[in-house]
Design a protein around this ligand. Structure first.
Ligand code: SF4
Ligand code: FES
Length: 337
């Protein structure tokens, strides 16, 4: 097929043209905004990811121009490729919203409601989903699965109780490191992420499992319980690193760097995987070239207490002296970093 062939697709009535082979999810991401299905297991940087969590279900109301029949069941948008003339519904379909509620209920069956003490709170995709689609109550009457916490190496801790078995961390270990020592053992209700005979995950890129985990199952032991993420100041920085791109986000409390993570895009996916030296061993401001505050969406809980104020309130807009004061304050804050 010629390279410039494009398929016309519409998602929630919004048209987009994409290359053949594009998934419905990625076509929706080309449009952006609310119509993009949530994705708990798909990760564009990890080959073979997707198809595990079912949060990305959509309704195909027209299969293609040639065969306009609708698809009989909802489909996983991260695994279904588009056809020319396809019409898809996401947030405009009550059936999809109802199904997504069911998926969230299912994901929460074994997930503890320990957000108040979980390090992922504030940047947890399951928390966001639960907020948007979750029920206030549970219908599950059986005992939940519980596990002891396991230290996998000296820097990463596994809370299997919170894991939703998305397999992202397994793909990271498979695709970023030379020797994988952890994976999903057992199947069905007995499935769990585990290290092979209590081995530690210790290679230069192992810390990336923390960034890809959509929930708080894999956490950074150097950051655990240090702070709520919305009380920290995220700042973009880079360094000349021989192992990775060295482009990171530093999370400050005062002038202390509490943690270092990869930079994440609007879908919560890392832009570049970073090495463990950058993540765990470079926690002084002098290790980094500071680029400036990280842009945080106002809808994100992390934007709470964020010092950057690109849209001053109306009262400041009208008052020149206040505007200047605001600017000075912002500059002073930047110098402090
Ligand atoms: S530990 Fe996290 S990244 Fe790994 S499978 Fe579980 S939820 Fe996914
Ligand atoms: S994101 Fe599609 S099934 Fe998980």
């Amino acid at each position: 097929m010629a390279e410039d062939v494009k398929f016309k697709v519409s998602i929630d009535g919004i048209p987009v043209e994409v290359a053949p082979g594009t998934t419905i999810l990625n076509a929706a991401r080309r449009i952006g905004g609310d119509i993009v299905p949530p994705a708990m297991c798909y990760y564009s940087k990890l080959q073979g990811s997707g198809g595990k969590c079912r949060t990305c279900l959509v309704k195909v109301t027209k299969g293609s121009e040639k065969d306009p029949r609708p698809m009989p069941k909802l489909v996983a948008s991260c695994r279904t490729t588009v056809m020319d003339g396809m019409e898809v519904q996401n947030i405009t379909s009550p059936e999809v919203i109802e199904a997504r509620k069911g998926v969230v209920e299912m994901l929460l069956i074994n997930h503890p409601l320990d957000c108040p003490i979980c390090d992922q709170a504030g940047e947890c995709h399951l928390q966001d989903l639960g907020y948007e689609h979750g029920l206030a109550d549970t219908r599950y009457e059986f005992e939940r699965r519980t596990f002891d916490r396991i230290d996998i190496g000296d820097k990463v801790q596994l809370h299997m109780t919170r894991c939703i078995l998305c397999y992202r961390c397994v793909f990271v270990a498979d695709q970023l490191t030379t020797k994988r020592v952890h994976g999903v053992l057992g199947r069905g209700d007995a499935a769990e992420i585990s290290t092979y005979i209590e081995k530690a995950i210790d290679n230069e890129f192992s810390g990336n499992v923390i960034d890809v985990c959509p929930v708080g199952a894999l956490t950074d032991k150097t950051f655990r319980f240090k702070n709520r993420v919305w009380f920290t100041k995220p700042v973009e920085a880079h360094r000349d690193c021989p192992s990775c791109s060295g482009k990171v986000t530093l999370w400050y409390k005062g002038d202390e760097v509490l943690r270092v993570t990869a930079r994440k895009d609007e879908y919560g996916e890392v832009e570049d995987f970073i090495c463990n030296t950058c993540r765990f061993d470079k926690k002084a401001t002098s290790d980094w070239v500071i680029e400036g505050p990280r842009q945080v969406k106002r809808t994100s809980v992390i934007s709470l207490n964020h010092y950057e104020n690109p849209n001053p309130p109306a009262v400041i807009k009208k008052n020149l002296a206040l505007q200047e004061a605001n600017k000075e304050q912002f500059e002073r804050m930047k110098q402090l970093l």
